[in-house]
Design a protein around this ligand. Structure first.
Ligand code: A3P
Length: 293
């Protein structure tokens, strides 16, 4: 089967973007959030699918088991700004969600979030992942997903990432501005991929207290088992195996699911250059990432 041509990247309100994320912009900006909506925000490849599945199971795992078996996660947790026919628009999928609360995901930087989410004081779960593992994961994802601009080779992509010339812009700006946002916006839970790797149970406990959910030890245990990497990789509802633009033979969507895989990709010289640049961009001492667990 012939794969679609790759989209081009362009500047959109100061952020690198491609049309799949901007073509429905009026509807995104005018999206009507409800007070009980839960927004899952990430820079691409930080563990969006993992967090989305955890939230979905915590909310609906007990009450709607048939949904778990028959509705792909991307339809249960719509991607707000995504717009690529023939798939329904993210805003339409979100509008049609039958659940309360609605779980909605986005990769938008803080300044582009539709204003109704702030006005409705919605709960926001932000997941951040260390830059080195993120860029490696992003590179492999861009290789296998023809819905994204052409990534070039590894060293080109790494340089583009450092310059913010990848879709959704600068990782550095994204994680920092969301981190700062939690000072003024109290309904924001900022969590780290590495913490989820280290202790999924603890992070689920924290999520439950943020979301005001009471779940039994057995229910939590079931969620922990379901969201293990190997189980999500086998699960057709979470592994994106039906997504046509993804060539999973080139690189699976559920690729490695580890912290520290960057060591298999960065050369010593690339690592030194990256660290030097990182120091310049990551000046907030309260925001610290672990490059391995
Ligand atoms: P890798 O490419 O490093 O394996 P997103 O959902 O934001 O696109 O992020 C995808 C990344 O999260 C991939 O990273 C994927 O393997 C990882 N991931 C997804 N589910 C996971 C899980 N249950 N445990 C650990 N990592 C997971």
């Amino acid at each position: 089967m012939e794969l679609p041509a790759r989209p081009k990247m362009f500047d959109f309100h100061g952020i690198s973007m491609s049309r799949n994320f901007t073509d429905n912009w009026d509807n995104v900006q005018n999206f009507k959030a409800r007070p009980d909506d839960i927004l899952i925000v990430t820079y691409p490849k930080a563990g969006t699918t993992w967090a989305g599945y955890i939230l979905d199971l915590l909310h609906f795992g007990q009450t709607c088991p048939e949904r778990q078996a028959s509705v792909p996660l991307q339809d249960r947790v719509p991607f707000l700004e995504f717009c690529k026919p023939p798939r329904p628009k993210g805003t339409d999928l979100a509008d049609q969600l039958p659940t309360t609360p609605r779980l909605i995901k986005t990769h938008l930087p803080v300044q582009l979030i539709p204003k109704s989410f702030w006005e409705q004081n919605c709960r926001i779960v932000y997941v951040a992942r260390n830059a080195k593992d993120d860029v490696v994961s992003f590179y492999h994802f861009a290789r296998m997903n023809h819905g994204l601009p052409e990534p070039g080779d590894w060293s080109t992509f790494l340089q583009d990432f450092m310059e913010g010339k990848v879709v959704f812009g600068s990782w550095y700006d994204h994680v920092n501005s969301w981190w700062e946002k939690k000072e003024s916006y109290k309904n924001l839970h900022y969590m780290f991929y590495e913490d989820m790797i280290e202790d999924t149970r603890r992070e689920i406990d924290r999520l439950c207290s943020f979301l005001g959910l009471v779940r039994s030890a057995e229910e939590k245990e079931r969620v922990i088992t379901e969201v293990k990497f190997d189980n999500m990789k086998q699960n057709k509802m979470t592994n994106n195996s039906h997504v046509q633009s993804m060539n999973q033979r080139l690189s699976p969507f559920m690729r490695k699911g580890k912290a520290g895989d960057w060591k298999n990709h960065f050369t010593v010289a690339q690592n030194e250059r990256f660290d030097e640049d990182y120091k310049q961009k990551m000046k907030n001492p309260t925001l610290q990432f672990r490059m391995e667990v």
